[in-house]
Structure formats: C-alpha cells, structure tokens
Design a protein. Structure first.
Length: 91
C-alpha cells in the first residue's frame, strides 16, 4: 500500500505531518480517528479529523489533502439518520 505525508490542523495533532495510507484512487480516507487513552482505565477519548483540500490550484482543483480537527467528534459524517433518498417518504 502507498502512503502520503499529510498535515494535520487543530486538535492534539496540530502541526504534525503523518504518513497516511491512500486508497486505490490515491486519496486518503475522509475521516481519521485518533484515540487518546486515559490513565485511569476509562474508555479512550476519540479525536476525529476530516479531510479537506490542502491547497487549491489555479483551476480550482485540490493539490493534496490535509486533515482539519472536528471538535464535534462524530466518526460518521451523516449522523444518526443515514442516507436520504429522493424517492423515500418524509417521516
């Protein structure tokens, strides 16, 4: 697998550049989760980072990616509702 050095902005990894595995399309995952263990044995705190364009070129296309800290901390970007299909009935 190929990896890409990706910068992190905000949160506990602010300013760090870590190698992140990229998929078959050459893009890193949309979310990156970092567990922070506690000394007292309680469940670890989960810090969530979201993928954002690193820098935008002249044509408006992103050149590289970076991860921005998400203080809400939700691992899935859709919340509890899931997908909304246009043909489904409103609830």
């Amino acid at each position: 697998m190929r990896s890409e050095n990706t910068p992190f902005v905000g949160g506990p990894l602010d300013g760090r550049v870590l190698p992140v595995l990229v998929g078959m399309t050459g893009q890193p995952p949309k979310t990156y989760e970092v567990p922070e263990p506690h000394e007292d044995g309680s469940p670890p705190t989960l810090h969530v980072y979201r993928r954002v364009p690193g820098r935008v070129g002249r044509l408006g296309l992103p050149h590289g990616w970076k991860y921005a800290y998400d203080p809400a901390g939700r691992a899935s970007g859709r919340g509890m509702k899931g997908l909304k299909w246009p043909w489904s009935k409103p609830r």
